[in-house]
Design a protein around this ligand. Structure first.
Ligand SMILES: Nc1ncnc2c1ncn2[C@@H]1O[C@H](COP(=O)(O)OP(=O)(O)OP(=O)(O)O)[C@@H](O)[C@H]1O
Ligand SMILES: [Mg+2]
Length: 262
C-alpha cells in the first residue's frame, strides 16, 4: 500500500487533535500498521504525551526544517511497537521567521519527510490550532485530512473556513488533498447538545462524517499524564474501543486509495 499521510487538523483549540493523533496512531499500530506521528505543534503536547522531555530535546523538527539534521535523526520509538514519533518543542515557533524568505516555503515539510515516507504505512500530523504556515505545510504534504470536532459547541463557521482552506490548498499546492472525514469527539451521551451537533454536521457534510463517535471519557482525559496511549492506559475502556473503531474505519478506506506517483 502507498503510505497514507494524514493531517489531523482544526484551527480551533482543544478539540482533541492531539488525543486523536496519539490514540488513532496507537490503534493503527495495534492493527499491524507501521505508523509515524509528527508533532507539528510548538506546544509539544504529543511529544510530551509519549514520554519525551521536550525541554531537554537537543534536536527536534525545528532542526530538520532549518536543515541541520535529517528527519531520520530525530525519529524516536515509543512505548508502542510500530509507533514512532518525530518530536517538537517551542523552538518550532521560529519557523515563520526562518521560512520568511525561502522559496516554496509551503513545501518544506514535504521535502524533509520524503526520504522516510516509505518506511511507514501511516504518517499522522498533529497540527497546531491555527491555519498558519505549519498547517499549510501539513496540508501541502498530506493526501488526507481528518478533522476532529468537539461536539460541545457548534462551530460550523470554523468548519467551513477549514473546508475552504483545504479546497484552496487542493487548487493551488496539492491536487491530491481530500478530506477523509470529520470525527465527532468528546461526545456527551447525557445531553442533547452533542447529538444535535452531530445531526447538524451530518446535514451539512454527510458523507464526510465518520460513523465512529468518540465519547467523552475520563480515561481519555487522564491518558496524557500516564504517558501511554489509551490502548495501554485503559485497554478495556470505551475510549479505547472508540479509537479502535475509528482506526478500523480508517483502515477500511485503504481499498479506495489509488497509487499516486510521488
Ligand atoms: N473524548 C474525550 N474525553 C474527555 N476528554 C477529552 C477527550 N478528548 C480530548 N479530551 C481532553 O480535551 C483536552 C483537549 O484535547 P487535545 O489536547 O487533544 O486537543 P487539541 O485539539 O490537540 O488542543 P490544541 O488545539 O491545544 O492542540 C485535553 O485535556 C484532553 O485530555
Ligand atoms: Mg494539540
Amino acid at each position: 500500500m502507498q503510505t497514507r499521510i494524514i493531517a489531523i487538523t482544526n484551527q480551533k483549540g482543544g478539540v482533541a487533535k492531539t488525543t486523536t493523533t496519539v490514540n488513532l496512531g496507537a490503534c493503527l499500530a495495534k492493527l499491524e500498521r507501521k505508523v509515524l506521528l509528527v508533532d507539528l505543534d510548538p506546544q509539544g503536547n504529543l511529544s510530551t504525551w509519549l514520554g519525551i522531555d521536550i525541554n531537554e530535546l537537543d534536536k527536534s523538527l525545528f532542526d530538520v526544517f532549518s536543515g541541520s539534521v535529517e528527519i531520520s535523526n530525530i525519529i524516536t520509538r515509543t512505548c508502542v511497537s510500530s509507533l514512532d514519533v518525530a518530536p517538537s518543542n517551542i523552538s518550532l515557533t521560529n519557523i515563520e521567521k526562518l521560512f520568511a524568505n525561502i522559496d516554496e516555503r509551503e513545501k518544506i515539510l514535504q521535502k524533509k519527510l520524503a526520504p522516510i515516507t516509505r518506511r511507514y504505512d501511516y504518517i499522522l500530523f498533529d497540527c497546531p490550532p491555527s491555519l498558519g504556515l505549519i498547517t499549510i505545510n501539513a496540508l501541502t504534504t498530506a493526501m488526507e485530512v481528518i478533522i476532529p470536532l468537539e461536539t460541545k459547541v457548534l462551530s460550523l463557521n470554523g468548519l467551513i473556513t477549514l473546508m475552504n482552506t483545504v479546497q484552496l490548498i487542493k487548487n493551488s499546492l496539492n491536487p491530491y488533498l481530500n478530506v477523509t472525514g470529520i470525527v465527532a469527539c468528546k461526545y456527551d451521551q447525557r445531553t442533547n447538545l452533542s447529538r444535535m451537533v452531530v445531526d447538524k454536521i451530518k446535514t451539512g457534510f454527510n458523507d464526510k462524517v465518520f460513523n465512529t463517535i468518540i465519547r467523552e471519557s475520563t480515561k481519555l482525559a487522564e491518558c496524557p499524564i500516564s504517558n501511554l496511549p489509551i490502548t495501554q492506559y485503559a485497554p478495556h475502556s470505551f475510549g479505547s474501543y472508540d479509537y479502535l473503531a475509528l482506526a478500523e474505519e480508517v483502515i477500511n478506506g485503504e481499498e479506495n486509495i489509488n497509487p499516486v506517483i510521488q
